[in-house]
Design a protein around this ligand. Structure first.
Ligand code: GLU
Length: 297
């Protein structure tokens, strides 16, 4: 029931994102999100928001190797749109950016990290779907991507879309929705699995695989880093609505996050977060997908 409601939202929000090769890694150069120091006073006693606000810190699982969304570079701190979303939420809990502890999550360990409460939330190009929704909760979506294909510059194997992957070695990541889409819908492709997308990108770079498949926005970050080496096929063939993963049973916190996102969309801080990170490469600044899917199970 809920998935059905969500798919309408995703369809309405879905867009094919354009790219500009501006040679920028999509790092963050803006001031941190505002921190609401009085936040703790307003939260009901015993709520998750109050607990986090009182503790003054939050642990967030994110990607460390994905330009535009979560990339840990020389600064030692991950940067990207997912990181900005974490800062927005933390700010409304009265937690400053330097009190956010970012922990690397790869595709396969996001649910376990939430279930084991190793992290307070996961913001990591994390597609909301029914299977995951059985074991974790999702706020959002805050963005909708689409699965696409990365090939070597010049597209030597003439890949035009997923149907053209027959017999080719295609790399994706264990535990990801793109890997599962290839397994179930395009089994004629030879799927090669790694634990992160950088390994796939490097395997494409040295000719070990013919293509890499995952969300267009992740792949566009790799094209931006090395436009002479890689290109994007540019025809997204799934919808990947990104949610903020939470341990199960935190409905009020989930509602709170949806309100933070809606407010950020209204006051322009959502757009600013995008433009200062992924928007350096991805042309169209999205609106927050609306309405939110709701947190009740
Ligand atoms: N959004 C997809 C997923 O959550 C692919 C990207 C990723 O693996 O993080 O599985």
């Amino acid at each position: 029931m809920r998935a059905q409601r969500f798919s309408t939202v995703a369809a309405a929000a879905f867009m094919v994102l354009g790219l500009v090769a501006c040679g920028d890694s999509g790092g963050d150069d803006t001031a941190a999100a505002p921190v609401d120091k009085k936040a703790a006073e307003a939260f009901p006693a015993g709520s998750r928001m109050k607990e986090l606000a009182d503790s003054g810190k939050i642990i967030v699982g994110t990607k460390f190797d994905q330009p535009l969304f979560g990339l840990k570079g020389l600064s030692g701190k991950p940067e990207g749109f997912d990181v900005k979303m974490a800062e927005l939420i933390a700010g409304k809990l009265g937690i400053s950016p330097d009190k956010i502890e970012f922990v690397e999550t790869v595709s396969a360990n996001r649910e376990p990290f939430l279930q084991q409460k190793k992290v307070d939330m996961v913001i990591a190009t994390y597609t909301i779907n029914d299977k995951r929704d059985e074991v974790v909760d999702f706020a959002g979506p805050y963005f909708v991507a689409g699965q696409d294909i990365l090939v070597a510059k010049g597209n030597p194997k003439k890949v035009t879309g997923p149907d053209a992957l027959t017999g080719l070695n295609v790399c994706s990541v264990s535990g990801s929705t793109p890997a599962s889409t290839i397994q179930t819908k395009y089994p004629q492709a030879k799927l090669v699995l790694f634990d992160n997308y950088t390994k796939c990108r490097d395997a494409l770079g040295n000719g070990q695989v013919d293509a890499v498949t995952t969300d267009n926005v992740i792949l566009s970050g790799y094209v931006d880093q090395a436009p002479d080496k890689y290109e994007l096929v540019g025809k997204p063939f799934t919808q990947e609505p990104y949610g903020i993963g939470l341990p199960e049973g935190q409905e009020p916190f989930c509602d709170f996050i949806n309100k933070v996102l809606a407010d950020a969309d209204k006051d322009g801080s959502y757009a600013k977060a995008f433009e200062s990170t992924a928007g350096k490469v991805i042309k169209n600044t999205p609106k927050l997908p609306s309405p939110a899917r709701g947190c009740a199970k």
